[in-house]
Design a protein around this ligand. Structure first.
Ligand SMILES: CC(C)(COP(=O)(O)OP(=O)(O)OC[C@H]1O[C@@H](n2cnc3c(N)ncnc32)[C@H](O)[C@@H]1OP(=O)(O)O)[C@@H](O)C(=O)NCCC(=O)NCCS
Length: 195
């Protein structure tokens, strides 16, 4: 059983109203992403510093070039960033799948959702998702998308419980397995921010 397989009392992440990450948060967020995602083939942990530098540079660039339709969010508990998520517009529904670049086919897309092991099963991810969903609605969209690896049971359980449905299955490549595209219709009463 995973060490995060059981629920703990929910915690309300601090500064929920101002969760947008600043450039100064990005080194912590890059570390969090590398610790919590399998970003290299098994047995190649020595690549961690190189990958972390690459992730940090990507984040810095996205935040620097951020227009209206981008948000990098952080969940802070005490003084520590324990969770993160990114929201942007991406082509998700075009006839040619990921290759389609037409503006009208872009939709809010939630990515890089991760929570530190020590803070899991306390509703941190749920709150980050609710924040992204509210932002997507504020942009004027009625749907939000994400992708998840088919074998990521924790994330699939999280998304299923939050109302996301599978709309496409993409075959994996190299060491990566099948990827699922999921979608949620956004309605005011579908948001479940903790009281
Ligand atoms: C997936 C992840 C973001 C969940 O974060 P979290 O803060 O622990 O999730 P929450 O506490 O908000 O969980 C909300 C619900 O999701 C489901 N869930 C979350 N983790 C689960 C697990 N390990 N097993 C089963 N269900 C789980 C539960 O239904 C849970 O509600 P409950 O605790 O009341 O039963 C976290 O495990 C993580 O960072 N994993 C590594 C990175 C990753 O896989 N990200 C997703 C990429 S698509």
């Amino acid at each position: 059983m995973d060490s995060d397989a059981q629920s703990l009392p929910a915690v309300v992440i601090t500064d929920l109203a101002q969760v947008v990450a600043a450039q100064s948060d990005l080194p912590s967020i890059a570390g969090l992403l590398v610790r919590n995602f399998q970003l290299y083939p098994p047995g190649m942990g020595w690549l961690t510093p190189v990958i972390q530098r690459g992730v940090l540079e990507d984040l810095r660039q996205r935040l620097r070039n951020a227009g209206k339709y981008y948000g990098c969010y952080r969940a802070v508990l005490g003084a520590e960033i324990v969770g993160t998520a990114e929201l942007s517009l991406r082509p998700v529904q075009g006839r040619y799948g990921w290759l389609w670049q037409g503006r009208s086919d872009r939709a809010p897309y939630l990515a890089n959702l991760a929570v530190e092991q020590s803070s899991r099963r306390r509703s941190v991810a749920r709150q980050l998702m609710a924040t992204c969903e509210q932002q997507a609605q504020a942009w004027g969209y009625g749907q939000i998308y994400l992708t998840v690896m088919a074998d990521n049971q924790a994330a699939r359980s999280l998304y299923g419980k939050a109302g996301y449905e599978i709309v496409r299955r993409d075959r994996g490549w190299l060491w990566l397995g099948e990827k699922l595209l999921m979608r949620k219709a956004l309605m005011v009463d579908a948001l479940d921010l903790p009281s």
